[in-house]
Design a protein around this ligand. Structure first.
Ligand code: F6P
Length: 326
């Protein structure tokens, strides 16, 4: 029979994502609802190693559902990659009697959780929190919707000035090695071209299409590029300027603005659902899984699968981009 959990820890790890606070709130309040003691761990796995752990009450998470960032702070801990670091972390949880852990983060954080739960008797539950949406087994990751809406708002503004000056704008968005932010924000802003790491980037094809558009006097063009693209915005702009010296082209790298801000409704709701179900998993002995949402239903996949698998880009979406931008 599975041992019943009594005390749980919660941490946020990796790049912050809007909605992480809503997830922490849900974990804390669901834990308390079940009569558990809940502990917050500061700065991800670093706080576990440094013993920066504190007891949380219902009031500890008041007034945070609307806030970006994470009240628990976050970090990418190198020390947790070493067995010695993980042992220290275990000892610090164990001395408080913590017997379950909820990790809100991305695939790097899940790799850490997987290793930790393989070595020690503390089950871990993962909640996908990353703006990159690069986790399989869930239609959503916390923060993606907000980040993509931030990108859309910025790109719409860029289009205004691009239009006023008849310019080409090449906008680079985040996503690490995944193209979801670029694909979604590009489609939503009517970008002429979208370049993502999952598909081959053909700059020559871009140049020909720009030349063809120039002939039609279509001078305003918007290209959205994922930061993980094989060339990147600056290199694409360089080649385009060499080939079309009269074209007025500018690069805009959106950067960390995409990580901040108040979470969208979608991010608050999925974070609340995932946080609630993460605690439910610990309660019923469903261990070492990531809590995702697929087709609006909860979906539980083993942490190691969430780590390895990458979602695939639907090629139809790229076709849609081409047709709609003509
Ligand atoms: O994983 C989230 C993310 O924002 C990526 O899109 C980006 O590549 C990376 O983190 C940036 O990390 P940092 O804030 O450490 O520069």
């Amino acid at each position: 029979m599975t041992k019943k959990v009594t005390k749980i820890g919660v941490l946020t790890s990796g790049g912050d994502a809007p909605g992480m606070n809503a997830a922490v709130r849900a974990v804390v309040r669901t834990g308390i609802y079940h009569g558990l003691e809940v502990y917050g761990v500061m700065r991800g796995y670093s706080g576990m190693i440094d013993d920066d752990i504190f007891r949380m009450e219902s009031r500890s998470v008041a007034n945070i559902i609307q806030r970006g960032g994470t009240i628990l702070k976050t970090a990418r801990s190198k020390e947790f990659n070493d067995a010695e670091g993980r042992k220290k972390a275990y000892d610090n949880l164990k001395k408080r009697g913590i017997d379950g852990l909820v990790v809100v983060g991305g695939d790097g954080s899940f790799r850490g959780a997987q290793r930790f739960s393989n070595e020690y008797d503390i089950p871990c539950i993962g909640i996908p929190g990353t703006i990159d949406k690069d986790i399989a087994g869930s239609d959503f990751t916390i923060g993606f919707d907000t980040a993509v809406n931030t990108a859309i708002e910025a790109i719409d503004k860029i289009r205004d000035t691009a239009d006023a000056h008849d310019r080409l704008f090449i906008v680079e968005v985040m996503g690490r090695d995944a193209g979801y932010i670029a694909l979604h924000s590009g489609i939503a802003t009517g970008a002429e071209n979208i370049f993502i790491p999952e598909t081959k980037t053909d700059i020559e094809e871009l140049v020909s299409s720009l030349m063809e558009k120039e002939k039609r006097s279509k001078l305003v063009n918007l290209v959205v590029v994922a930061e993980g693209d094989e060339f990147g915005a600056n290199e694409i702009a360089k080649v385009v300027k060499e080939r079309m010296p009269t074209l007025d082209a500018r690069v805009c790298i959106l950067g960390h603005i995409q990580r901040g801000g108040s979470p969208s409704c979608i991010d608050r709701v999925i974070a609340s659902r995932m946080g609630y179900h993460a605690v439910e998993c610990l309660m019923v002995g469903r261990h070492n899984v990531m809590v995702g949402i697929l087709n609006n239903k909860m979906n539980y996949i083993p942490l190691d699968k969430a780590v390895k698998a990458k979602q695939r880009i639907n090629p139809e979406w790229m076709k849609i981009v081409k047709i709609l931008a003509s």
